[in-house]
Design a protein around this ligand. Structure first.
Ligand code: GLY
Length: 377
């Protein structure tokens, strides 16, 4: 996919901004930021009340630190929590949060802060987008996946009987605060799953970042603080570029879904408990490479091996264990339900070479099944 907008070189010392004209916002990334949340957020709040939305675990671990930081800056904040986990990302939880908005007397000068992982951010953003037809929204991600992906870009929503993330709104935050020290307490498997999305950025957009990952994979896996901060910064820089050039995903932003069409099928087929999202995406990236090779899209024959080596070094699974012989056909059929399918044709994000992707509508079901087969364990 070609986009004329220039992609800036890495400059780790520079403050990141998502440049969306009057709706531009900063992404602050630094160790210890949580304790400075009040001073950093004050300029972005409307002077009204603040409702912090967190799951019960994040509320217990970090809620008091955030509230103290906000109150120290004179910000009138209250916290409301919900049960941790994807099953909470529902309209029923959103409705309870709107009740919390009412109880907090949140008016149009108010702000909702999504504090936690992707579920908190998606829910809080959706609540902010709808409450009084839209109030300010801030993202304070506490997981790697949220810091490098879901907290940036304004996608918010809930899961419904119709599917995951089919109901939602674009609601850009007014500010994103990412404190990488919070990742030190993350569950190791969850942390490693987030690394798949970090690797994704190197493959889809930035060969220099891919090379940095090859030089630093073990340091990143072991959560060495400078490596983690750099990976979060670079991932947010790349994500910010996609959001700037294509806020509503009419074109290049779809590249962020590299590995996701295969990954979503794996998650659904195996049951959402079997895989963490990033794990399924990592395996899906291998399958996307296989499909790209089969269709003659892949020009850099060395990319699959580089990607495999990094997945392995980052501690991610490389293969999917099928339950029975009919599974590849079922997986291929599931790709047709993907949000990116159009007019009955499934569209895949396929690599050409590091930093260059192609969006390809694929009708060849046998090729898709073979791509699934390429990473069966
Ligand atoms: N998570 C993909 C996107 O924000 O577009």
């Amino acid at each position: 996919m070609h986009c004329a907008a220039p992609f800036p070189h890495s400059n780790p010392g520079v403050q990141l901004t998502v440049d969306l004209g009057p709706r531009s916002y900063p992404i602050h990334i630094a160790p210890g930021l949580l304790a400075r949340a009040g001073e950093l957020l004050a300029p972005h709040l409307g002077g009204g009340r603040v409702l912090v939305v967190a799951d019960a675990t994040v509320a217990r671990l970090h809620g008091e630190t955030l509230l103290a930081a906000l109150r120290a800056a004179g910000i009138d904040a209250v916290l409301t929590s919900f049960a941790a986990g994807e099953p909470s990302k529902t309209l029923a939880t959103a409705e309870r949060l709107w009740t919390a908005c009412a109880e907090a007397r949140l008016d149009r000068s108010g702000c909702v802060i999504g504090f936690g992982g992707g579920v908190s951010g998606d829910l809080a953003g959706f609540v902010a987008a709808c409450w009084m037809r839209g109030v300010r929204f801030v993202q304070i991600p506490t997981t790697l996946l949220a810091m490098v992906d879901s907290a940036v870009g304004g996608k918010t929503g809930v899961d419904t009987a119709a599917g995951k993330n089919l109901v939602g709104a674009f609601c850009q935050p007014a500010c994103v605060l990412a404190d990488p020290t919070l990742l030190a307490t993350m569950d190791p498997r969850e942390y490693r799953a987030g690394l798949a999305e970090v690797l994704k950025y190197g493959v889809i957009k930035d060969p220099a970042f891919l090379a940095w990952l090859e030089a630093n994979a073990e340091r990143l896996r072991e959560r060495e603080s400078d490596a983690v901060a750099h990976a979060v910064h670079e991932s947010c820089r790349i994500k910010a570029w996609y959001v700037q050039v294509d806020e509503f995903e009419r074109g290049p932003r779809a590249e962020l879904n590299y590995g996701h069409t295969f990954g979503h099928a794996l998650e659904t087929e195996a049951g959402y408990a079997a895989y963490l999202h990033g794990e399924a995406v990592g395996i899906g990236m291998r399958m996307a490479c296989a499909l790209a090779a089969r269709l003659g899209v892949l020009r850099d024959a060395g990319l699959p091996a580089r990607q495999d080596a990094l997945l392995r070094r980052l501690g991610l699974p490389l293969t999917h264990a099928p339950r029975d012989a009919g599974e590849t056909a079922r997986l291929a059929a599931r790709t047709a339900l993907d949000k990116k399918s159009a007019k009955g044709r499934v569209r895949f994000i396929l690599p050409v070479e590091p930093g260059r992707m192609e969006l390809r509508a694929v009708e060849d079901v046998a090729a898709v099944e073979d791509a699934f087969r390429s990473a069966l364990g």
